[in-house]
Design a protein around this ligand. Structure first.
Ligand code: FAD
Ligand code: SIN
Length: 527
């Protein structure tokens, strides 16, 4: 059993920002279920949105965010995050993130992405996330008050129900977690716990998200009694590389931002102007649906994204990682188009939090992609996500510091009980269920939905839920089983949320309710 003042579950942008803010005052434990750098943060390409260009304004960034979000955003939260952007970026620069400079070298180079009315994206070439993750990890490692613990898989939050003295207060006092090295379940207690576990993209067969994006934090918070909101709004990125061996490599939106054109691969026709006056720079939901429609109408495997009309030096300088990766796969992006398809990319819904990152459970905070903070509404604007991690990671930490004396010390809790389970003798069940979920989520709960398909998905998830619950009851936990249990939970939350929305708005598009309703209302599921 270990104890920290504050336990942070997740070592991406949200978790490490929170940890660094708290570290001068408290002892912090940060856990990651694999290596520290394996979350989505390290994979981010495009950059971070902030109002830094002359002629741009907070109002314009707020308005772009709310247009993309189809009116479902919480304006107060949007203002809070947009207003916090320049300072959040300055802090990263202080930590040593080498944002690209403009041609004069006297300011940051700002690139453009879909849905933004101005150049607004600070970046480190096309590998911004890697630079941010490295800088945050370096700063955290240098801090005596931060313990970074990798290979520790969170299973469930410790609540009053796990206390030696049973309580129904709903408060969270830490975590049960599986230690991959010892293969034992440990109890970690803390006064405050921050969920920063990222998204749930791996509920889908094709996703740009890393392997660990299985919605663990959302499922854990739900089981601990927190409300979950807007899970139907799964964002599909329009341009994931189409390749038979490399299945989840993103081609950043910044390629379209700097003039990349989407073309029909057979006719060469530039099709986006047929769908939206903003063409390739329309918000993601619109571009993804347009590509999906071209692919389905003409039975295509992919469409083309072409940047080869720009100078080869420009292309190599702006997209060095994409250039290298694709050269290795036999595609020279300075000379030929890139085959692309849409793929799941971002989880707009999640654990409901307030402006301070507080969840429904006392002592439990959340920040980053695991949350539904009100920032994104029905569709996230490009490059607003890292920003949300930075602003809410810091905000949650500041709220904990300001209310420290009100947080009760964690009570003694019961150790994990393995007395009634054995080692699994049929691991194949776990693999089979994983595959099934991801395939029917892709086919039935994808870019374009119908009630009938959603009902088919619901029927399947109900069966799988029973099977997995039965399996979980009888066998010792493994990382795969922990993730599968969470995937079943989040898939169910996504399907239920999608079934309950009787309109098309933002990322939720259903042929049965093609119109947008007059009132914008969040989906809120109550455990
Ligand atoms: P993550 O960075 O995903 O970190 C999650 C952490 O939680 C990890 O440390 C993981 O190990 C840990 N964790 C999860 N489950 C458990 C568990 N059970 N036990 C213990 N630890 C656990 N956004 C932008 O704003 N700009 C971009 O340019 C951009 N590009 C992107 C490109 C790609 C390919 C992808 C996939 C996403 C991109 N995004 C971008 C989105 C953005 O990267 C993410 O939303 C953001 O990084 C999420 O950060 P986070 O801190 O919430 O979670
Ligand atoms: C990208 O670079 O296209 C991803 C940006 C984002 O997800 O915000």
């Amino acid at each position: 059993m270990s104890n920290f003042d504050v336990l942070v579950i997740g070592s991406g942008a949200a978790g490490l920002t929170a940890a660094l803010t708290l570290a001068p005052s408290y002892r912090i434990g940060v856990i990651a279920k694999g290596k520290l750098s394996e979350g989505a943060t390290g994979w981010a390409q495009g950059g971070i949105a902030a109002v830094l260009e002359e002629g741009d304004s907070f109002d314009a960034h707020i308005s772009d965010t709310m247009i993309a979000g189809a009116g479902l955003n919480n304006r107060a939260i949007v203002e809070h995050v947009v207003g916090g952007a320049p300072a959040a970026i300055a802090r990263l620069a202080e930590l040593g993130v080498p944002f690209n400079l403009d041609d004069d070298g006297d300011g940051w180079h700002l690139t453009r992405e879909g849905g933004h009315s101005h150049r607004r994206i600070v970046h480190v070439a096309d590998a911004t996330g890697r630079a941010i993750q490295q800088a945050l990890e370096k700063a955290a490692m240098a801090h005596n008050n931060i313990a970074l613990v990798s290979d520790m898989v969170a299973i469930d939050l410790v609540t009053g129900r796990h206390a030696e003295e049973f309580s129904t207060s709903g408060a969270v006092h830490g975590l049960y977690a599986y230690n991959r090295a010892t293969r034992r379940v440990e109890t970690i207690r803390a006064r405050a716990t921050i969920l920063a576990t990222g998204g749930a993209g791996r509920a889908y067969l094709y996703s740009t998200a890393p392997r660990g994006a299985t919605g663990d934090g959302i499922a854990m918070a739900w089981r601990a009694g927190c409300r979950i909101s807007n899970m139907e709004f799964m964002q599909f990125h329009p341009t994931c590389l189409y390749n038979l061996t490399v299945k989840n490599f993103l081609i950043t939106e910044a390629v379209r931002g700097e003039g990349g054109i989407l073309k029909h691969p057979v006719t060469g026709h530039r099709f986006m102007p047929d769908y939206d006056h903003r063409a390739e720079l329309a918000p993601r939901d619109i571009v993804a649906r347009a590509i999906d429609s071209e692919i389905k109408r003409d039975g295509l495997d992919f469409v083309h994204l072409d940047i080869s009309h720009r100078e080869p030096e420009f292309v190599k300088a702006h997209y060095p990682n994409i250039y290298e990766k694709l050269i290795g796969l036999g595609v020279d992006i300075t000379k030929e188009p890139i085959p692309v398809v849409p793929a799941q990319h971002y989880t707009c819904g999640g654990v409901l939090v307030d402006i301070d990152g507080r969840t429904d459970a006392p002592g439990l905070y959340a920040a980053g992609e695991v949350t539904q903070s009100g920032l994104h509404g029905a569709n996230r604007l490009a490059s607003n996500s890292l920003l949300e991690c930075l602003v809410f990671g810091e905000g949650a930490a500041r709220h904990i510091m300001a209310h420290w004396t009100e947080l009760p010390a964690p009570p003694p809790v019961r150790a994990w009980d393995e007395s009634r389970v054995t080692d699994s003798d049929e691991e194949v069940v776990v693999q089979q269920c994983w595959g099934e979920i991801r395939r029917f989520m892709w086919n039935f709960v994808g870019i374009v939905r119908t009630t009938k398909r959603l009902e088919r998905a619901k029927h399947r998830i109900d069966l799988l839920r029973q099977e997995v619950a039965d399996y979980y009851k009888h066998f010792r936990v493994t990382p795969d089983l922990i993730e599968l249990r969470n995937l079943v939970e989040v898939a169910d939350l996504i399907i239920r949320s999608a079934l309950s929305r009787h309109e098309s708005r933002g990322l939720h598009y259903t042929l049965d309710y093609p119109e947008m309703a007059a009132d914008a209302v969040d989906t809120v599921l109550v455990p």
